[in-house]
Design a protein around this ligand. Structure first.
Ligand code: CTP
Length: 408
């Protein structure tokens, strides 16, 4: 018989863990439960005991427990440990290897697979401290399921932070025991996210081209963030020197025309983010051979033609238009006003307005200051890393899809 040790943390989602006990037992597992002190504020040992039909363990220093079973045996006499809800506090204690109560002592003593189902307020999930802890736990080999997108217990708050459903956690438990590492099941699972990134190169002749200073850092960070939230991601990238993000399908292009074709080919998508700095013009007829300079001849004059507007073309599509089309605007003054205008002109749903005025270091840099223009609303985000912007943008997009109930 499959043995599962369920550690219930102290969060409002703890009631769902009672249902998890049922779901696991229905599928033939025996379930032994540990409640943290905080968990006892949300569910009682009595209800957990009744549902699991076993003793419930609550305190590291209960001498009887230690004599009879002890945290070491609890940690070993199981096939897998599930932590649900994994609160911000529990994740932090796990990440730093604390053993200050029974739950954390068991987690430190175990050599069995551990699956954690995080649940917390979206701001707490987004906090750099939680990001660090989650990264640490993942590199320690802890498996995560969720958190998902949805309404929070706090009224009016939505975002990423809701605990995965009991059946989803049970599926992940049995999957893990069968050797299937849970894929990054997250709020964008089942979604396709399309991202353009980097500059384009518009050839003048076989060795020369028109380019711009875009590094691709922001677009690549968005693609990585979408993948981390469980999406299938297609990244259409112009020429960049940074590495491909992990777990993302990368289509490499050079020109705006190629980028448009690659984007059209990748559709349909649920979300499309146009972060590329597409050259506005191309050389009307690029020379087949290298243009030579000869003594006495005048310098060549380049004749330019306007490139297709990729964002505009996709936003204007009648069929297969992504549910959420997000564009970027690089501005040096009147940032929000220009972005609002651009949003309307291009038919985008949201515009991420970048302040690229001299001194901000946005172009090519690691940090950025953006304003997110969604309809009439604008949110000004503090200066932060491009990774943080990518994560926040994709979490907000996931929350939007969920609230609009756009079907997966
Ligand atoms: N864009 C595009 N195809 C183009 C040009 C731009 O898809 N041929 C997209 C960019 O990826 C970005 C947005 O449109 O999402 C920015 O548009 P653009 O009009 O080029 O704005 P800026 O770069 O801000 O420049 P400008 O102020 O000159 O309009």
């Amino acid at each position: 018989m499959t043995r599962v040790l369920l550690i219930i943390g102290g969060g409002i989602a703890a009631y769902k863990s009672l249902e998890l006990i049922r779901r696991l037992r229905e599928r033939g597992a025996s379930v032994r439960t540990v409640l943290t002190r905080a968990a006892e504020k949300f569910v009682t040992p009595l209800s957990a005991g009744a549902l699991s039909n076993d003793r419930v363990f609550t305190d590291l220093f209960d001498l009887d427990d230690e004599r009879e079973i002890g945290h070491i045996r609890l940690a070993r006499d199981t096939d897998l440990i599930v932590v649900a809800p994994a609160t911000a506090d529990l994740l932090s204690k796990m990440a730093t290897g604390q053993a200050s109560d029974l739950a954390t002592a068991v987690l430190l003593a175990t050599d069995k697979p551990v699956l954690a189902a995080p649940a917390m307020n979206p701001r707490m999930w987004d906090h750099p401290a939680t990001r660090r802890n989650v990264q640490q736990l993942q590199s320690d080999g802890i498996h995560l399921i969720g958190p998902m997108t949805g309404e929070m217990a706090e009224r009016g708050e939505g975002g990423v932070g809701r605990m995965a459903e009991a059946t989803e956690i049970a599926d992940a438990v049995f999957g893990l025991l069968a050797g299937v590492v849970p894929s990054a099941k997250g709020p964008l699972s089942g979604r396709h996210v399309l991202v353009t990134s980097g500059p384009t190169h518009e050839p003048i002749d076989p060795v020369r081209y028109i380019a711009n200073r875009s590094s691709g850092k922001q677009g690549h960070a968005i693609a990585a963030a979408a993948a981390a939230l469980g999406a299938r991601v297609t990244l259409v990238s112009g020429p960049v020197t940074i590495a491909d993000p992990k777990g993302v399908d990368v289509v490499k292009v050079e020109t705006a025309a190629q980028m448009l074709t690659a984007v059209e080919t990748a559709l349909p998508a649920d979300i499309a983010v146009f972060a590329a700095a597409v050259a506005d013009w191309r050389v009307t007829s690029a020379a087949d051979q290298k243009i030579k300079k000869a003594k006495g001849t005048v310098a060549p004059v380049l004749s330019l033609a306007e490139n297709p507007d990729i964002l505009g073309a996709i936003a204007a599509r009648g069929s297969r238009r992504p549910a959420l089309v997000i564009g970027f605007a690089a501005e040096t003054e009147n940032v929000v006003a220009h972005a609002q205008k651009k949003r309307k002109e291009k038919g985008a749903d949201w515009i991420v307005a970048n302040d690229v005025s001299p001194g901000t270091g946005t172009f090519g840099g690691d940090r950025t200051t953006v304003h997110l223009v969604t309809g009439e609303d604008t949110a000004s985000w503090p200066p932060q890393s491009k990774e943080a912007v990518g994560r926040q943008l994709m979490e907000q997009a996931a929350a939007w899809l969920a609230s609009e109930q756009v079907d997966v």
